[in-house]
Design a protein around this ligand. Structure first.
Ligand SMILES: Nc1ncnc2c1ncn2[C@@H]1O[C@H](COP(=O)(O)OP(=O)(O)OP(=O)(O)O)[C@@H](O)[C@H]1O
Ligand SMILES: [Mg+2]
Length: 272
């Protein structure tokens, strides 16, 4: 396992360790070099955001962290144990809520328990439904719910089995700006209450600054870590913070970092 990183703020140890992650896809038309030598520790209880140009390998990195596909080179470990297949302590939330249309909300949320062959934890599910404002919707089908409600249900489904790590791939990317703000507040509150370790991919710089302890800025494909940006804004962060000059200056700083990566060879001097 990679040397344990110590967070000066939280003293946190490494929860999810990525070292030398390289992924080369073999396709019928040739190879695609998606990731090159990515190393980062997601610290216990940390909110880590990952941002970078489209196609730079963010989803590839998250899928590898989830044990959903193997790396070509490198290693990913949780608490020091290599991840080679989906892990019970790691849950993934996608851009689409991915609810099964023929099942009602309750039955969708119970699915992970069915797959594990265990009894659903009704008390925990009810508490989570209450937490995200979905009490009374258990018998509704996904088509009867708004996009935001469906995504809230998918968050409940992921948290119901009490994972220690949540991997989120642009979970709010398809939502309107108002609903997205609501979801950002909700996920901030849930993270503060539960202390989960979160790795969160987004295209939105303000979203990353609003949510993160640290932001990993990736280079264009093959994706590498170009820099890591610390967000030392106290929590809870209100949505209105996004209009403050300090916040806007941070957005510009990260935008400059991303723009400097677009279509360029990797510049080692850019590594923070
Ligand atoms: N299963 C696959 N087989 C072959 N190539 C793939 C596969 N999945 C992804 N790729 C390629 O790997 C590269 C990285 O893709 P990935 O989806 O990880 O990027 P991304 O950063 O998540 O992009 P976006 O911001 O658009 O979601 C892309 O060039 C993509 O076409
Ligand atoms: Mg992606």
């Amino acid at each position: 396992m990679q040397a344990t990183a110590t967070d000066s703020k939280t003293g946190g140890r490494s929860k999810l360790s990525v070292s030398g992650a390289t992924k080369i896809y073999q396709t019928k038309t040739g190879t695609v070099h998606a990731l090159e030598d990515v190393s980062v520790d997601v610290r216990e209880g940390e909110f880590l955001c990952i941002i970078g140009p489209s196609g730079c390998g963010k989803t590839t990195l998250l899928w590898s962290m989830a044990g959903l596909h193997p790396l070509t080179r490198g290693r990913i470990a949780i608490d020091g144990d290599p991840i080679t297949k989906p892990h019970p302590q790691i849950a993934m939330i996608f851009q689409d809520a991915n609810l099964l249309p023929w099942r009602n909300l309750e039955k969708n949320i119970e699915l992970p328990f069915e797959l594990k062959g265990t009894k659903p934890d009704r008390e925990r599910i009810d508490r989570l439904l209450d937490r995200v404002g979905l009490v009374g919707f258990g018998n509704k089908h996904p088509r009867e719910l708004s996009g935001g409600m469906q995504q809230r249900a998918s968050i409940v489904r992921s948290l119901a089995v009490d994972p220690s790590v949540l991997l989120m791939d642009e979970p709010f990317g398809a939502l309107d700006a108002f609903t997205r703000d609501e979801m950002n507040l909700l996920i901030q509150e849930i993270w503060m209450e539960t202390g989960k370790t979160i790795a969160f991919v987004t295209h939105s710089i303000p979203e990353a600054i609003f949510l993160a302890d640290r932001i990993v800025v990736m280079s264009a494909r093959p994706g590498r870590i170009a820099s890591i940006y610390e967000v030392d804004i106290p929590r809870p962060r209100p949505v209105s913070i996004q209009t403050e000059p300090d916040f806007i200056a941070r957005v510009m700083e990260i935008k400059t970092r991303i723009d400097s990566q677009r279509g360029q060879e990797f510049d080692h001097s850019a590594v923070a």
